[in-house]
Design a binder for this molecule. Structure first.
Ligand code: BES
Ligand code: ZN
Ligand code: ZN
Length: 483
């Protein structure tokens, strides 16, 4: 899909179909060219509603206002509707909004909305949108800064295609995407985009004393990998480490998941897959900050060699962990990879992303990322970027000492589950905090993406299945830090 900007009036741009965004508040008094037809279709310009007028080759899309999160989802809905037709060249005005984010939001919406995962379909869908041309005409008094708009298109293209890159990995089945494959994807990405890459295989993981990660991996025929991707520009403005949970499958282990909870657990690699997507974007955008992406790639299975409830594991940082539930495996993998990341890189910011708990989904709903940290300023940055830039839903969850106490173990330093059924997202975050060293204490933020990373129906700009949760959010956060 080619996306371009032309310094021409909309009517002078050659395309098969025109996309018209309509703000519903002004709709009634507005002069709309296809008023009669729209009336027949009972089109009220409600947010995300569309009406295709074949006679005039226009599609109308409703929005509440021109805020970027509204334009983004509306653009996604429009493109989905267009994909059902045979129109393939499109044009649209630039609809400049207050903070001049309209083009970026529309480009993201178009690319994210057009995404389809068809690897396992015998019949692939036919309509591929060839091109979308933006006109400098904006339908309001403001004039467009052409150079800025072109940069916005290029940037949005990178961010959205990187999100789709992450979606592809997450949607791939556990039989086709196991730790070695995840490492191959990383290696390939590094070659393609000029990143440095180091992959630890089991022997090296053992040398690094990541015994908690190795225990989780033990019963799988697919051996684990620890991936380290590096983006190292000259004179970086900051150093950031990202750590992702890459459980290519989470059966629960011996604390086996009931069947209805096991389906979708191919998506337990969403955090690691998001880290890969972010590294792709960072490399193409050449962000002036040093970024390290770490992924713990592991499969959690059952078998004679499986780790067990009652085991005590010695993690990389020396702390001992009493295993009481083998399904709380993500935090074991992350404990070791977080320790490794801190050993390898002294970072100014340390972010981990994980589909860590069902409790987070219960607590904040399936569309929202839960954000935790020791330092409210560190997490606030990400929350604000979510609200103001990326449009992803985020909310803070606060730590407290009473929940911390629920992780005490009688026989080891800490237990891998808490002794209460409440506050599971927070107790999981508190478990991770035990593996953050003094230097990184206030630089670390944990993102629980268990809800939004994989939803089995369409929502907003996302399709059914993997959403690429966290990619836009963290790329925007990194850009913010680079400023
Ligand atoms: N991968 C799951 C968390 C999860 C649940 C992600 C639903 C996406 C959707 C994680 O490894 C897990 O099983 N967590 C347990 C923790 C419990 C044993 C303390 C959970 O949430 O039930
Ligand atoms: Zn689990
Ligand atoms: Zn898991």
């Amino acid at each position: 899909m080619k996306i371009q900007l032309k310094d021409k009036k909309l009517k002078d741009i050659d395309a098969q179909l025109e996309i018209v965004f309509v703000v519903n508040r002004d709709f009634e008094d507005l002069f709309v060219r296809d008023a009669k037809e729209l009336k027949k279709l009972n089109f009220k310009a409600e947010q995300d509603s569309t009406a295709l007028i074949v006679g005039s080759d226009r599609i109308y899309v409703g929005v509440d206002d021109l805020k970027s999160y509204n334009l983004r989802t509306a653009a996604a809905k429009a493109i989905k509707a267009i994909q059902l037709t045979t129109y393939s060249t499109l044009k649209v005005a630039s609809y400049i909004n207050e903070d001049e984010t309209s083009i970026e939001a529309m480009v993201e919406g178009f690319i994210l909305g057009a995404y389809r995962f068809e690897r396992y379909k015998s019949e692939k869908s036919k309509n591929v949108i060839e091109s979308i041309t933006f006109s400098t005409q904006s339908f309001n008094a403001q004039t467009l800064d052409i150079q800025k708009a072109k940069e916005a298109i290029a940037k949005a293209h990178v961010v959205a295609t990187s999100t789709n890159f992450t979606r592809d990995i997450v949607n791939t089945t556990p039989d086709d995407c196991y730790p070695e494959v995840l490492a191959d994807i990383a290696t390939h990405l590094a070659k393609e985009q000029g990143l440095e890459c180091n992959v630890l295989k089991p022997n090296e993981i053992k040398e690094q004393k990541m015994e908690a990660l190795l225990a989780v991996a033990r019963a799988s025929r697919h051996k684990p990998r620890v991936i380290h991707l590096m983006h190292k520009p000259k004179n970086p403005k900051a150093v950031v480490s990202l750590v992702g949970k890459g459980l290519t499958y989470d059966s629960g282990g011996l604390s086996l998941k009931p069947s209805e909870h096991m389906v979708t657990m191919k998506a337990d690699k969403s955090g690691g897959s998001a880290v890969l997507g972010i590294m792709r974007a960072v490399a193409i955008l050449k962000l002036p900050i040093e970024v390290h992406g770490f992924v713990g790639a592991v499969e959690n299975m059952i078998g004679g060699d499986a780790y067990k409830p009652d085991d005590v594991l010695v993690s990389k940082n020396g702390k001992t962990i009493e295993v009481r539930n083998t399904d709380a495996e993500g935090r074991l993998v992350l404990a070791d990879v977080l320790a490794y990341a801190q050993q390898e890189v002294k970072a100014d910011y340390l972010y981990d992303m994980a589909t860590l708990t069902g409790a987070c989904v219960v607590g904040v709903g399936e569309y929202t990322i839960g954000i935790m940290s020791n330092d409210s300023k560190a997490s606030q940055t990400i929350v604000e970027v979510g609200h103001e830039v990326s449009g992803e839903l985020v909310t803070k969850l606060d730590f407290n000492r009473y929940l911390k106490a629920t992780l005490k173990s009688n026989i080891a330093d800490i237990c891998n589950i808490s002794n209460t059924r409440y506050g599971g997202a927070i107790t999981a975050g508190l478990f991770l905090s035990e593996f953050i060293d003094e230097n990184h204490k206030n630089k670390w933020v944990h993102l629980d993406i268990a809800g939004p990373s994989f939803v089995e129906h369409e929502w907003g700009e996302n399709p059914a299945g993997a959403s690429g949760a966290g990619v836009r959010l963290i790329v925007a956060t990194l850009e913010h830090l680079a400023r």
